[in-house]
Design a protein around this ligand. Structure first.
Ligand SMILES: O=C(O)CCC(=O)C(=O)O
Length: 265
């Protein structure tokens, strides 16, 4: 992380990394989306985004994103060649936000069960942490991601009547613009939601939500063995798909030696 990113994340609870995805990757994601997905009810794992194209699996461990997730989620005892200190919690794909979408509910906030933020002794520690990839322009006022900057450290409950963004957008809410290929990283300890969408172009956003490797928000876990046959899956990506645990040796979910026979998809 750069000093600027550290400052913005600490102060606001989010920051944007421009141009994380190339134009080709954006087009590939758009072309291979099969449906919207949410954590409740989840799509069956065998039909989920990680089976749509290898790029969806590559998003698990992007070389310029993973070091940032390491630093945000935090694991001071991690040794350099250890497996990632984060795991994939769930993926949401939002295709339902189109003209006429009236706005979502603000949610999150400091002290929720899994959405915690802490800074201690020079290090960040976070629970559920989201990377959202915008596939279309979300210029301010047209809609997109909204949040109350700094609320990841708030001590007092949000005023009643502020949550429903379809009923009006409180002045304290920031509209966060992103262009295609940008990634917005935010802690779920931040109060956030979705603005009304007011333009003709669609909004498609891909959310990869990560937790510390021993924690979970979702009750629907991935099974790394379902991905053994993909040749693009290395040990790091498989570890990111492990169910929550302390990654102790000889655990039942530890990776097994894999067959040389794998498939490309
Ligand atoms: O529309 C957005 O960018 C925010 C989505 C959201 O509220 C969430 O991922 O929890």
């Amino acid at each position: 992380m750069t000093d600027e990113q550290r400052f913005l994340f600490d102060t606001r609870g989010y920051f944007i990394i421009p141009d994380v995805l190339s134009e080709h990757q954006i087009e590939t994601l758009k072309a291979t989306i099969k449906n919207s997905t949410e954590q409740f009810p989840p799509v069956p794992q065998s039909e989920g985004p990680l089976h749509w194209h290898r790029l969806w699996r590559d998003l698990l461990d992007l070389p310029h994103l993973s070091p940032i997730l390491e630093e945000i989620i935090g694991n001071p005892r991690r040794v350099p060649d250890a497996m990632p200190s984060f795991r994939l919690d769930h993926i949401n794909v939002h295709t339902h936000v189109a003209k006429g979408f009236k706005g979502g509910m603000l949610h999150g906030g400091w002290n929720t069960v899994t959405g915690f933020f802490r800074y201690d002794n020079g290090r960040f520690y976070n629970g559920l942490t989201t990377v959202s990839f915008e596939l279309y322009d979300t210029a301010p006022n047209d809609g997109g991601f909204a949040c109350i900057p700094g609320s990841h450290k708030g001590n007092v409950a949000m005023p009643e009547g502020w949550a429903d963004l379809s009923q009006g957008i409180p002045e304290a809410v920031a509209r966060v613009a992103a262009t295609p290929g940008d990634a917005i990283i935010f802690t779920e300890a931040l109060i956030h939601g979705t603005l009304p969408w007011t333009v003709d172009s669609p909004r498609t956003t891909v959310f990869y939500k990560f937790s510390p490797h021993a924690l979970t928000w979702s009750a629907d876990f991935f099974e790394p063995r379902d991905f053994y046959d993909y040749s693009d899956m290395d040990d790091r990506k498989l570890a990111i798909l492990e169910p929550p645990n302390a990654r102790y040796r000889h655990r039942p979910t530890a990776l097994e030696p894999r067959d040389a026979e794998t498939t490309d998809a």
